[in-house]
Design a protein around this ligand. Structure first.
Ligand SMILES: [Zn+2]
Length: 383
């Protein structure tokens, strides 16, 4: 193995000890500045030339390019530096090591991957590996919220291949679900609870919508499942309406979350909701509702036959001594963005547990293995 295992542990521990909670998820949290400066320092010690970009106020990406000699394929390795919050965690930034595992917020999602990418870059430098195509390593902001980091990166970058190093237990992830998020508001008429002749109950009106949405949710459960991703789904994570007892509710608001599989379209999911509102409006003159799409993220799927997956599969086989396993992820990742840009994309990351939960850890040996897999894949792809 060409990977410096001491470098991996020291770097990973330091990364986990830096708080990089996404400020859009928990207000007053620091974001990516400190972790980007640390990564830039590591890149400098490797004699690579890091570029830090402030992509919006106090939000940062850091990237470096290992230049190829020309004529080869270019490859992007991409990891996000932000993490979710630390509610219910005892010692979120400990970086404690026990039984081959390193603990802390972000260890698995995805500072293990950052350490692996840096270790792969170090192996390139240590071994004076000369690639033909460029190898771009990017550490991006905000994947846990709005992906401003990868979106910014792709404004000016287009590589032939991209490996998104999100945790995958070293399986090769070739598909993930997408999602749509919608706000629906029903309007009623505020009146004294004793005056049904004057009041219109926005909460009851929302009930009609919920009844129809529940029908769709049940229908989705009967759909033919995607081989790797299962079925699309729909649920209501947030609901709120009215102000107090003894008063008709003037407004009710829900957030609707729709999880999608490849083939589900933006406009179709929105039309589904608009159709419900239209139908209920025809039945009741007083029915007043509106829907607004808050977010849309495409699902992702790629062919197992792509050149990048072919090279990655070979590297994985040689490092892990077993046939690769191809999987799908239930959640969305930045891979949808690189794929949409026409970049041959795949996902692979380390083993661990505790994604977004109180007990998060990454298996250190799997970070070493990931680094070696990335190193070998870059050599074979950037030929
Ligand atoms: Zn992640």
């Amino acid at each position: 193995m060409k990977i410096d295992k001491n470098f991996v542990i020291t770097t990973l521990q330091k990364l986990v000890r830096i708080n990089s909670i996404n400020p859009m998820l928990s207000s007053g949290t620091p974001g990516e500045k400190e972790i980007c400066c640390y990564i830039a320092d590591v890149l400098k010690t490797l004699n690579l030339n890091p570029e830090i970009q402030e992509i919006s106020k106090n939000r940062f990406n850091v990237t470096a390019v290992i230049k190829g000699t020309g004529s080869g394929k270019s490859l992007l390795l991409n990891a996000h530096t932000d993490t979710v919050g630390v509610e219910n965690m005892n010692d979120p930034f400990s970086g404690k090591i026990s039984d081959g595992k390193l603990f802390g917020r972000g260890a698995y999602d995805m500072k293990g991957s950052i350490a692996a990418m840096l270790a792969a870059a170090k192996a390139m430098v240590d071994n004076k590996t000369q690639l033909k195509g460029d190898l771009v390593i990017a550490f991006v902001a905000d994947e846990e919220y709005d992906s401003i980091g990868t979106n910014h990166l792709l404004k000016t970058l287009k590589t032939d291949g991209a490996i998104i190093t999100e945790p995958s237990n070293l399986d090769i992830c070739i598909a993930h679900r997408g999602f749509g998020l919608y706000e629906i508001i029903t309007k009623g008429k505020v009146a004294h609870g004793g005056r049904p002749d004057l009041g219109i109950d926005a909460n009851m009106q929302m009930g009609k919508i919920l009844h129809e949405l529940n029908k769709i949710s049940q229908e989705l459960k009967k759909k033919e499942p995607h081989a790797l991703l299962g079925r699309p789904s729909l649920h209501i994570p947030v609901i709120g309406g009215g102000t107090e007892p003894f008063t008709y509710s003037g407004k009710c608001k829900i957030i609707l979350e729709r999880r999608t599989i490849p083939g589900n379209k933006d406009e179709e999911c929105l039309a589904e909701i608009n159709n419900i509102i239209e139908k209920l409006s025809e039945e009741d003159q007083q029915f007043d509702a509106q829907v607004k799409q808050i977010m849309w993220r495409d699902p992702f799927e790629t062919s197992k036959e792509s050149e990048l997956i072919n090279k990655l599969s070979n590297s994985s086989k040689s490092v892990l001594n077993k046939e690769p396993v191809y999987i799908g992820h239930a959640w969305w990742e930045d891979s949808a963005l690189t794929a949409k840009k026409g970049i041959d994309t795949v996902i692979i990351g380390p083993r661990g547990e505790g994604l977004h939960t109180a007990n998060e850890w990454v298996e250190i040996e799997s970070v070493n293995e990931l680094a070696e897999i990335l190193y070998q894949t870059a050599i074979n792809f950037c030929k």
